[in-house]
Design a protein around this ligand. Sequence first.
Ligand code: NBP
Length: 479
Amino acid sequence: MSTTAQIGVTGLAVMGRNLARNFARNGYTVAVHNRTASRTHALVEEFGGEGDFVTAETAKEFVAALERPRRLVIMVKAGGPTDAVIEEFAPLLEPGDMIIDGGNAHFADTRRRERELRERGIHFVGTGISGGEEGALNGPSIMPGGSTESYDSLGPMLEKISAKASDGAPCVTHVGPDGAGHFVKMVHNGIEYADMQLIGEAYQLLRDVAGYSPARIAEIFRTWNTGRLDSYLIEITAEVLAHVDAATGKPFVDVVQDRAEQKGTGRWTVQIALDLGVPVSGIAEAVFARSLSGHMALREASRGLAGPQAAPLGEAEAAAFADRVEQALYASKIVSYTQGFHEIAAGGEEYGWDIDPGAVASIWRGGCIIRAAFLDRIRAAYDARPELPSLLADEAFAREIAAAQDDWREVLAAAVRQGVPTPGFAAALAYYDALRAERLPAALTQGQRDYFGAHTYRRTDREGSYHTLWGGDRSEVPA
Ligand code: NBP
C-alpha cells in the first residue's frame, strides 16, 4: 500500500461519497474507507474514473494510505458513531495528524473531542458542511473550526473543493478555534429554518388571503427571485409550487402531508440561544411551527375551533397584497439574520472565538442552503463597520425596513383578520418594535418581581439597586 493519498474520507454514505469524489475531481488522491466495505468498492466501481482513489478495507490500511501529516475526514452519522470512529482511528495516528469531522456535530461535542485529541497531539477540526449531497459533490459552503495550524494545511484543499461565490471567492474560511465551525453551521441551519418558515407563511398568505393557486404563487416567487430576495430557497420554492403530482394531477404541495420534522441543528440553535440569553424569536417560532405541524392528534382535536369568515381579495387588491407580502418577507428576513448573527457574536464572546461576521456572511454566499444575493449586503455591512452591534443598525437595512414597515404591518393585520398563522412574520415585527421602543414593559416586570420576591430594581434616575417595602409603608430602601 503506497502512502500517497493527500486526504482520506471515512463514511461513504451520500455526503462522504460525494465529498471524496469532489476531492478526487479536484486532483487530489483520496483514500476511501467505510465501516461496510461494500460501499467503498461501489464508490470506486462507479466513480473510479473521476480521479485517483485508494481503497482501504481496514482502519490500518486507511491510515497507512495517507501522507503525513495525515488528513482524515469523518463523514458518519453524528453523535455516537463519530466517537466510535475517533476511537478506532486516533490510536493509529501520530502527533500533527488531523481529523476533520464534517458531520453535523453539536459544537459542545466538538469542543470535547478537540480537547481530548489535542492532549494526544492530534488536530481535531470540527467542520460544518452545508449544501446537501449536491453541494458535497460540486462545492459546499465549508465552516471549519480547529487550530490555525490545521487550517494552514487544510485551507488550500478546502478552498479548492468549496463553492465559489459570484465574485469567485471560495466559500470557506477558518471560522475560529475548536467548536466555532460547528457552532456557525448550527446557526446557519437555524437561519435556514427561519427562512423556510417565512417563505411558507408568504405562500400561505398568497394562497388564503390573495386566493392564488400554487402555480400562480410559483410565478410570483420566480419574479421575487429576480429581485432582492434572489436566493436558492426562493428558487426551489417556485419549483416545488409549480410541480404537479403525476398520480393525481393536483398541485404537488396539496398531496404532501403538512407535517414537518424539527430536530438536530434547528432545535440546538434555539436551545443554545436560550443558554446564551439571545432572543432568536424568529428561529424559535420556525422550530415551534414545525413542531406544531407534527402534533396531528392535537390539530385534529382543534379543527372545530372558531375562526374568522373572510372572502379572498378581489384581483386588483390581491396584486397589491402580493407586493406587500414581498415587503413583509424581506423585512422579516432581515430580522432573522439579525438574530442569527447576534447568536454568532454571543457564542464567539462566550467561547473566545473571535468570529468575523463579514467572513461568515461571505462563505454563505455560495454552496449552502441559505445562499442568497442578500448575503453580499450583510458582508458589506460588517466590512464597513466590523463592530456593528446589529444588522438593524446598518443604515441601508434600516432604510429598507423603514420603507417596508407599513406593508409589513398591513400584511400582519390581514393575517390576523383572516386567521392565517404567521408566527415568523409576527415574531420578527415584534422584535423590531421591541428594539426600537422607548420604553418596554420590562419596567413593570421588575416591579412585579420586586413585589413578590424582593428581587430589587434599578432606577432610571440614580445608580444602585432598590427595593420597595411593598408589605409595609411602601417606602424605598437601597438594596
Ligand atoms: P448518515 O448520517 O446517514 O451516516 C451513514 C454513515 O455513517 C455510513 O457511512 C455508516 O456506515 C456510518 N456509520 C454509522 Br451510521 N455508524 C457507524 C459506526 N458506529 N462506525 C462507523 N461508521 C458508522 O450519512 P450522510 O447522510 O452521508 O451524512 C454524513 C454526515 O454529514 C452526518 O453527520 C450528517 O448529519 C452530515 N450532513 C448531512 C447532510 C445531508 O444533506 N445528508 C448535509 C450536511 C451534513 P455503514 O455504511 O457501515 O452503515
